[in-house]
Design a binder for this molecule. Sequence first.
Ligand code: HEM
Length: 206
Amino acid sequence: MENNKMYLYPTWLRIWHGINAVCIIMLIVTGISIQYSDLQYPFIPFGTAITLHNIFGVIAVISYVWFIIGNLISKNGKQYRIQRKGLINRLIKQTEFYVFGYFKDAPKPYPISEQNKFNPLQRISYASAMYFLVPISIITGLSLLYPEMIVDDLFDINGIQITAIIHASVGFFLSIFLVIHLYVSSVGKHPIKNYKSIVTGYHERT
Ligand code: HEM
């Protein structure tokens, strides 16, 4: 820690985060257009939406491989490990802080440190998004890009249809994650403090 600042987000992670954020936003916008647009009056012309969705999907997959390798070879991966013992109590304590404590200026139950940069709710939501939702969206997305990988029928239901439903559902949950992520990142002494951290790499204690 230097001058009341902690270096929490190394360059490789910030580059991944920026590329990933642009890709996921583009995937959500083009995905919604593909799913819901009226073919005659599309939000984005259907062919363009498919091409953009495929391009940003492939970039997101490459950046995800980068994230996994970065977490494997650096200490950052440890931040995503979840200790099951006492988990429920930690989650309740952190939820109480967000619902009551934060508005009464109570001290954070889990102050940020270099060893523990996420609070329990962040840890579980980041781990679920990055190690559960994103992999499912990648596997189903790649299967839809190469449909010959998909089994034709599963219990008499079309394999492509099931894959598409899982892909769209995971996309929906990732959109919800993003909205909550953006809100929670603004919680603190100053609303843009955390946004500054993910750009500069430094978390400032105030
Ligand atoms: C415009 C879009 C986004 C903004 C402004 C944003 C903002 C932030 C901020 C401020 C942080 C640092 C604070 C913290 O650790 O909680 C952060 C970290 C993080 N964000 Fe985002 N985010 C965006 C999109 C996304 C998306 C789409 C994902 C994943 C699907 C994501 C996943 C993460 C993860 C996993 C971390 C923790 C990284 C680490 O320290 O290991 N973010 N984001």
